[in-house]
Write a protein that binds this ligand. Structure first.
Ligand code: NAP
Length: 254
């Protein structure tokens, strides 16, 4: 199947490593021009270098802090200028507010919600012009399932993201702009949070693996494929959707 991604212009918020990086790499392999940001300048430069020469299309990479309104808007605007427009916006970064402090809540709200709102509002004219505009939010199964941890900002912020995506989809569908949320379950990749848990607490990691019907955690590449399909013109009839990309980890129908 042709995903019809060749020549599309994709902006990724949080793309220097992990799921955002695998998504950037795949989109570039599929012929997209890709713009990405992250806070760490070194990670951004390395990601840009690794993307050069992959597939076709251009690369634009700039350090930006998504807790900062100006930094977020500047990155998105510069990305649109560099790529000559935007067809795809992927909000992948998270504030990871896995605690219950004011700082956890503030960071989760700023990154998971406000950075998404700011980026969408900045990119909307370009996405409307695209004719195949697509917004993908990377959520979490913590938006609907209690994993047994104490209350924290993380799940509620991801749940709010889902409502926002639906509002965008309902409002801007008429302009050909879709909005969807992909919620990964536990995802392993080298250097990621589950790689760290595997190292620190192998028993817990093994128990999580055992609880997933496919017998292992998902990978960054597997989540990237789901994001790429959803973002692509081939995924056109996915709109206002929440997709559980968890290999059946959460044992419920909704
Ligand atoms: N991994 C999993 O098992 C899993 C499971 C469910 C959901 N998810 C979701 O998937 C998404 C990606 O997770 P991941 O595990 O791939 O994360 P990760 O490995 O920590 O990568 C996050 C990326 O976002 C960037 N970033 C983080 N905070 C930022 C900020 N304030 N401003 C700009 N860039 C920022 C990071 O670079 P810098 O640190 O240099 O800024 C990095 O490039 C998140 O939304 C997460 O909630 C992941």
């Amino acid at each position: 199947m042709d995903l019809e991604l060749k020549g599309k212009r994709a902006i990724i918020l949080g793309g220097s490593r992990g799921i955002g990086w695998y998504t950037a790499l795949l989109l570039k392999q599929e012929g997209c021009s890709v713009a990405l940001c992250a806070r760490g300048a070194e990670g951004v430069a390395q990601a840009a270098e690794r993307l050069q020469g992959v597939g076709s299309g251009d690369v634009y990479a700039q350090p930006a802090d998504l807790t900062d309104a100006e930094s977020t808007r500047n990155f998105v605007q510069a990305a649109i200028s560099a790529l000559g427009g935007a067809d795809i916006l992927i909000h992948n970064a998270s504030g990871f507010g896995v605690g219950d402090t004011e700082e956890d809540w503030r960071r989760s709200f700023e990154v998971d919600i406000m950075a998404g709102v700011r980026a969408v509002n900045q990119a909307l004219p370009a996405l409307q012009q695209s004719g195949s505009g697509s917004i993908v939010f990377v959520g979490s199964m913590a938006s609907q399932y209690h994993f047994g941890r104490p209350p924290s900002a993380y799940g509620p912020a991801k749940a709010a993201m889902r409502t926002y995506a639906n509002e965008l989809a309902q409002t801007y569908g008429k302009d050909g702009v879709r909005a969807n949320v992909i919620s990964p379950g536990a995802v392993w990749f080298p250097g990621g949070s589950w790689d760290q848990r595997k190292e620190e607490n192998p028993k817990f990691y093994a128990a999580v693996e055992k609880g997933i019907p496919l017998g292992r955690l998902g990978t960054g590449e597997e989540i990237a494929r789901i994001i790429a399909f959803t973002a692509s013109p081939a995924g056109l009839w996915l709109n206002a959707t929440h997709l559980a990309a968890d290999g059946g980890q959460v044992a419920s129908v909704d």
